[in-house]
Design a protein around this ligand. Structure first.
Ligand SMILES: C[S@@+](CC[C@H](N)C(=O)[O-])C[C@H]1O[C@@H](n2cnc3c(N)ncnc32)[C@H](O)[C@@H]1O
Length: 224
């Protein structure tokens, strides 16, 4: 096992005792490696007790979600999108978007997640990729000088929709990438891009989630 991933594997095994953390390269992403759940993890139904633990404490951070992957690909191809900017990745999970932003030349990167294990994952993955990111547990801890916020596959839970207006008050530019949401029903956002990506490793994600939509809000384009 990679020496820096031992604590992460312990976290994962607290809910999935037979899982393993592997350090892997991502499809269509150059020079970015993440510590994720093993791709050959069995997709057979879990015992009820394990299932209860997974539901109580889902290790979202052990996957690179399709929207995080598509966002990181976009950043690798267009580093000018973040270069020199103060950027936050809200709902960072593994930290893939934060790390891609740091690699693309962002001046300062915050990785924010309400799950402490996700923050450990983001910290571990930042170290694996020799990048600097700053961790925070709540959007209220983000600094006032943010230039841009990314939110990738966070709206899987509609209870997270209020995050959108909370962040709109904190940053002049917000990019939401999501494979579950087809329309934000918010006139302040423009659908700026669509890309194809599936969660990695893919342990049976439905093909209907292959298309990632990118919605962007820019305060200077918004007249409300
Ligand atoms: C589906 S995962 C996506 C992770 C990552 N962005 C990616 O694309 O791989 C969603 C993440 O959002 C986090 N999250 C959910 N609600 C949040 C909130 N209110 N503030 C910050 N993070 C939140 C979860 O803990 C989880 O790590």
């Amino acid at each position: 096992m990679h020496p820096t991933t031992r604590s992460l594997q312990n976290c994962l095994r607290s809910t999935l005792p037979s899982a393993r953390i592997d350090v892997v390269s991502l499809p269509k992403l150059d020079h970015l490696r993440l510590a994720l759940i093993n791709a050959d993890f069995s997709t057979a139904p879990l015992p009820p007790e394990t299932m209860r633990k997974v539901i109580a404490n889902p290790a979202y951070w052990a996957f690179c979600w399709g929207s995080g992957l598509a966002s990181a690909m976009w950043l690798q191809a267009n580093p000018d999108k973040v270069a020199g900017k103060v950027v936050a990745d809200v709902g960072c999970g593994s930290g893939v978007v934060a790390i891609a932003a740091a690699m693309a030349g962002a001046a300062h990167v915050y990785a924010c997640d309400i799950d402490k294990d996700a923050l450990l994952a983001a910290k571990t993955n930042a170290k694996l990729n020799n990048t600097q990111i700053q961790l925070c547990e709540h959007i209220d801890q983000l600094p006032p000088n943010l230039d841009q916020v990314w939110m990738a596959d966070v709206l899987y839970d509609r209870a997270n929709l209020p995050l959108i207006s909370a962040i709109k008050h904190r940053a002049p530019n917000l990019i939401i990438s999501d494979s579950r949401v087809r329309d934000l029903h918010d006139p302040d956002f423009t659908l700026v891009r669509q890309a194809e990506a599936l969660t990695f490793p893919n342990l049976g994600e439905f093909d209907e989630f292959r298309v990632v939509n990118f919605f962007e809000y820019s305060a200077d384009l918004c007249h409300n």
